[in-house]
Design a protein around this ligand. Structure first.
Ligand code: FE2
Ligand code: FE2
Length: 296
């Protein structure tokens, strides 16, 4: 496993992949908004003006803001109003989500599965972050949103990746070419000499995500979270791992995904992850009930 986590083993293969699948750089609108947000006296009006210039972006934003996730009582129909209601950091995340979707520009069924899994993991990660008092639920949302962003690149690059895409979007061991069951990144490595964590890590770097978010993407299939000496990274990785599991669990309960281990089994294998979040099996079960009551 340790070789699978060594970035330098993957940089050249992954860079090559990215060069011919041509993932566009982070869109200009995101950097324009970032520049404005990072100014000492950030101006909401300037930010909403940037967004309003982009019709597709504005309509997508209003759709997300008016969705059940934000639970707003009023229907919002102006970008400026939406911005003042949900705050600039949430707004930035919606823009990134919208841009990520645009960048891949694919509408096939596997891409839709990836997208639903990413959006659900992002919302769950932000909810867990609030529960465990992580300092930035927005950062957790972002890490959840991008955690599997390497998957569409592998889908575009290798025809037979479609055979294992469901496993990649889940959290179960997969049968490897040699017949043993392995983690999904072990199987990807065996087939393609790269894996979706390394591809996702490099995409997130290209999109100027913070080092912490990039690291969470890189390590989201590695349960030994003790390797992270930085406390914030350790907690964020734990949040993403739990959110990834919850997202897969809920989609399997709803009949849209493959079956995953029940909570008690999962918790046994992820002891460090849940204790990092001061949780236990019971609180993991409570979290599932809580999330299910929101989607049903
Ligand atoms: Fe993954
Ligand atoms: Fe995932």
């Amino acid at each position: 496993m340790s070789d699978l986590l060594d970035v330098k083993n993957y940089v050249s293969t992954t860079e090559e992949l990215l060069s011919y699948t041509s993932i566009p750089p982070q869109p200009k609108i995101v950097s324009d908004i970032n520049n404005e947000i990072n100014r000492p006296n950030a101006d909401l009006q300037t930010v909403s003006d940037f967004i309003s210039q982009d019709v597709t972006m504005s309509s997508r934003l209003l759709k997300v803001v008016n969705s059940a996730f934000y639970g707003l009582r009023e229907k919002v129909d102006s970008v400026h109003r939406a911005l003042s209601l949900i705050g600039i950091k949430n707004f930035k995340n919606i823009i990134l989500a919208s841009s990520l979707r645009e960048a891949y520009g694919s509408k096939d069924a596997n891409f839709e599965k990836f997208w639903n899994h990413s959006m659900s993991t992002a919302s769950i990660a932000s909810r867990i972050a609030q529960k465990v008092n992580f300092h930035s639920p927005e950062q957790a949302y972002l890490a959840g949103l991008f955690h599997d962003c390497g998957v569409p690149i592998l889908l575009k690059s290798y025809k037979d990746y479609a055979d294992i895409v469901d496993d990649a979007l889940s959290v179960v061991p997969v049968a490897s070419l040699s017949g043993n069951s392995k983690s999904i990144i072990g199987v990807e490595h065996e087939r393609y000499k790269t894996h979706h964590c390394s591809v996702g890590y490099l995409i997130a770097k290209k999109w100027n995500m913070s080092e912490i978010v990039c690291n969470a993407i890189w390590h989201h299939h590695y349960v030994k979270i003790d390797i992270h000496s930085d406390e914030v990274t350790k907690k964020l990785v734990a949040i993403v791992i739990l959110a990834d599991y919850m997202s897969s669990l809920i989609s399997s309960i709803e009949g849209g995904g493959i079956a995953v281990d029940p909570e008690s089994e999962w918790a046994k294998m992820h002891e460090k992850v849940i204790s990092e979040l001061s949780m236990n099996v019971d609180s993991v079960i409570d979290l599932k009930e809580d999330l299910l009551s929101m989607v049903q």
